[in-house]
Design a protein around this ligand. Structure first.
Ligand SMILES: Cc1cc2nc3c(=O)[nH]c(=O)nc-3n(C[C@H](O)[C@H](O)[C@H](O)COP(=O)(O)OP(=O)(O)OC[C@H]3O[C@@H](n4cnc5c(N)ncnc54)[C@H](O)[C@@H]3O)c2cc1C
Length: 476
């Protein structure tokens, strides 16, 4: 049995730790295993290809809106195959480079095959067993396929396989209402497909604040049909179509959707083939690898990072974990993970971005009397007015005493960029929002909406009154 100093599963963020270990000691023997193309999910079938595809979708939306500004433009056609080819060309440039690096590193064996644990510190790869004194698990996650009668027979795409299509399906049903469903639904709709989202949760984008979700849903409904609280109970094939029967989970009313293609985006789960339990590595009830605050698993000298731990499945968090592991494994100061401000964004039009606590969590943790909420609409800034924006807003939650930022939620253009001002302050000692209140903001830039939200702090009750009136909604 071949023995290694280090075995790494995955070629995403874990590679930063592997590279640092090799740099610290070029003599160590390393095995790196990835069943898929190298680079990890973010590069091969996650963040990067999806955002390459979403940019032309954004351009389509911009072109469509241009008429309202007195510009006589029209979109004559979309070359869908070209949009897909551009994405493949861009990601494969990086994938090929990573493959070359892996294949040419001295003392590193690169296995492009699935791996499974057979015993502690022992894995089966390519029909043989290998052993590692240290094991790094950066195994990521995989799409969950709900057990719906007829789905497998009818056939479906996932966020992995949708990247392989070259022809736009005219009608697409998306099973799922989270951010992957929203992003791919938006992309396919912008390319010209008729898209129906069938979300199981009562709320579209269930991870977001209800009012953020509400505004995102209203605006995204201009390009696709969004149904929530829907249980897809059966899929059948009729003629050339796929027929989805969905049931409203509250009213039991049934809806039928006909589609040419189904995209399943119903959440992600742990990689099933890994079997950490055979190696004495504890997993939780859902199968995610349990780690302590140093990212160590229950088995000595085995660590896990990124999506594989089931916490905050985002690339920037996986990269952060890699930094923590690097410190903890290579000596130096032992570092604990700190996830108080892990941000995320949804790259649709409108964009959605969020960090930290939501209002209900903040009120539960600190009490309503100790929380203040800032709120401002884009349209009430000069730039927002110039852009003819409607409904979009910034919401910021702070502690009454000392103004420490507890969370922030934005829906509107550049939300993923605007929120960074608040994220950075959440990594200062006192986390105070005051620098945003005191610092000059360029006029008339979109960043003024963040500044003004932070200048308008009010108690939660007052916030609800203001927000409901401003957005013309009832949130309760
Ligand atoms: C469609 C989509 C869009 C996304 N968009 C964003 C975004 O915009 N921003 C963001 O921050 N995050 C996004 N993510 C999430 C992001 O891709 C992940 O958080 C990130 O890739 C996690 O990195 P990781 O290092 O934990 O593992 P990964 O990069 O996921 O790598 C795991 C690798 O290990 C391999 N592997 C697993 N088990 C085995 C095994 N037993 N044997 C061999 N190989 C194995 C896998 O095949 C995979 O290649 C998106 C994900 C998806 C699916």
């Amino acid at each position: 049995m071949k023995e290694y100093d280090v075995i790494a599963v995955g070629t995403g963020s874990v590679m930063a730790v592997v590279e640092a270990m090799i740099e610290a000691n070029p003599q160590i023997k390393v095995a790196v295993i990835d069943k898929d193309e190298p680079g990890g999910i973010c590069l091969t079938r996650g963040c990067i290809p999806s955002k390459i595809l979403l940019y032309p979708a954004e351009l389509v939306r911009t072109i469509r809106k241009a008429r309202g500004f007195g510009l006589d433009v029209e979109l004559r056609s979309v070359d869908f195959a070209k949009v897909m080819e551009r994405m493949h060309a861009l990601i494969h440039k990086d994938i090929d480079q990573i493959r070359k690096g892996l294949s040419s590193t001295e003392n590193l064996d690169y296995f492009h095959v699935p791996a499974e644990f057979t015993a502690p510190y022992t894995m089966r790869v390519d029909g043989t067993e290998i052993k590692g004194s240290k094991i790094l698990l950066g195994a990521g996650s995989e799409p969950i396929i709900p057990r719906i009668p007829g789905l497998a027979d009818a056939g479906y795409l996932t966020s992995d396989t949708v990247l392989g299509i070259r022809k736009l399906p005219p009608r697409v049903a998306v099973i799922g209402g989270g951010y992957i469903a929203a992003e791919y639904g938006f992309f396919l709709a912008a390319m010209g497909a008729t898209v129906t989202i069938l979300g199981r949760n009562p709320q579209f984008l269930p991870e977001e604040e209800p009012e953020v979700s509400r505004i995102a849903r209203t605006h995204l409904s201009e390009v696709m049909r969004i149904e929530t609280n829907q249980e897809v109970v059966e899929v059948t094939r009729t003629g050339g179509s796929k027929r989805l029967r969905a049931r409203d989970r509250a009213t039991k009313k049934e809806t039928v959707v006909l589609a040419d293609e189904i995209l399943v985006a119903a959440g992600r789960g742990p990689v099933r083939i890994l079997h950490p339990e055979r190696a004495g590595i504890k997993t939780d009830a859902d199968g995610w690898i349990v780690t302590d605050e140093y990212l160590a698993t229950s088995q000595p000298n085995v660590w896990a990072l990124g999506d594989a731990t089931g916490k905050f499945p985002f690339k920037h968090k996986a990269n952060y974990d890699a930094q923590i592991l690097y410190s903890n494994i290579l000596g130096g100061e032992k570092r604990k993970v700190d996830y108080h401000a892990v941000p995320h964004a949804v790259f649709t039009d409108p964009e959605v971005a969020s960090v930290g606590l939501k209002e209900a969590e903040a009120v539960k943790q600190f009490g309503a009397a100790n929380v203040l909420i800032g709120f401002y609409r884009y349209q009430d800034t000069a730039k927002g007015e110039a852009m003819d924006l409607k409904d979009y807003f910034v919401k910021v939650l702070v502690e009454r005493q000392g103004h420490a930022i507890l969370g922030a939620h934005i829906v509107g253009p550049e939300a993923s960029v605007l929120i960074q001002e608040l994220i950075n302050l959440m990594y200062t000692k006192d986390r105070s929002v005051d620098p945003v209140r005191e610092g000059m903001h360029i006029h008339p830039a979109l960043s003024e909406v963040v500044e003004r939200a932070c200048l308008s702090l009010m108690p939660p009750e007052h916030y609800h009154h203001t927000m409901e009136h401003a957005l013309d909604i009832r949130s309760h």
